[in-house]
Design a protein around this ligand. Sequence first.
Ligand SMILES: [Zn+2]
Length: 289
Amino acid sequence: MFQGMKRRWINSKLYAMENDRLKYVESTMILVKDMVAFPVVRAILPEAIERTDYLLSHSSIVSPMLIGNNDVELIRLSVPANNDLVQLSIFPFFSKDALLSSDMEYCRERIGFAVYAPQNHMIILNTETFETPRFMASTMLHEAGHAIVAEKEGRNNNFAKRTEKERLQEELRMWHFDCKLAFLLGGAYYQKEIGKAVTSVLSARRAGILFHVQTLGPRIGWPLDLCYGSTLSPYAIKNREFLWAIFCELIASDMGLGSDAHSYQIKLVEATYKDWWEKDMDYALSRKK
Ligand SMILES: [Zn+2]
């Protein structure tokens, strides 16, 4: 009896948040469309159009609800534009959701900015990152890339395992996309700054120093403000330093390492994600019913 009352009370709180979830995703999608409306983005990076169209036609916004014996179920708040297609769930996550279950608590710990979960073909968007809306829009495009690949490979809505190599290759493809998108969004000033940083990476490499950019000091990621708008969040600033370093390394290795570029870049992805992925896969498999 008491459990039932508690559940109804929690669900009434969740119900009151539905509008915030819808608004968060809708405003992020407006920015996605804005970014992809840039003629230069459309001309040079047509994959951005594919990803946006995928989001627009496949997405359904979802929200958690407590059901039965305090299990969490994600219910649809919106229907996809085309109901005949595979549904991609978009779950705008609020930190309060972590109180609902151990899965949700795990989600809060691990989400970072956003994550794509193939086992339920869902993008979980962290609504409380203190990143700019435009950064979150570009993150959404990144995750949409993973969703498209998963559907093409028949991995959506299942626990299909992949080799480490396949995973790294896919992430690297997403990084290249992010790097190109930032390059196009940032405009001439950004392009000049990244050109200077890449030159410095290349000359460091000639002196035998690998992964040079990360040693250049705080706020090195500031040119990304030109792509995503500026942020005051220390967490976001730190992340942008890392992102900037990666973008510089990608361009520098493409320019300077010839046929070794790909394996060098794969090592960068591996160093960044290895432990993270292993933990996620262990958790996913432990929850598999
Ligand atoms: Zn990714």
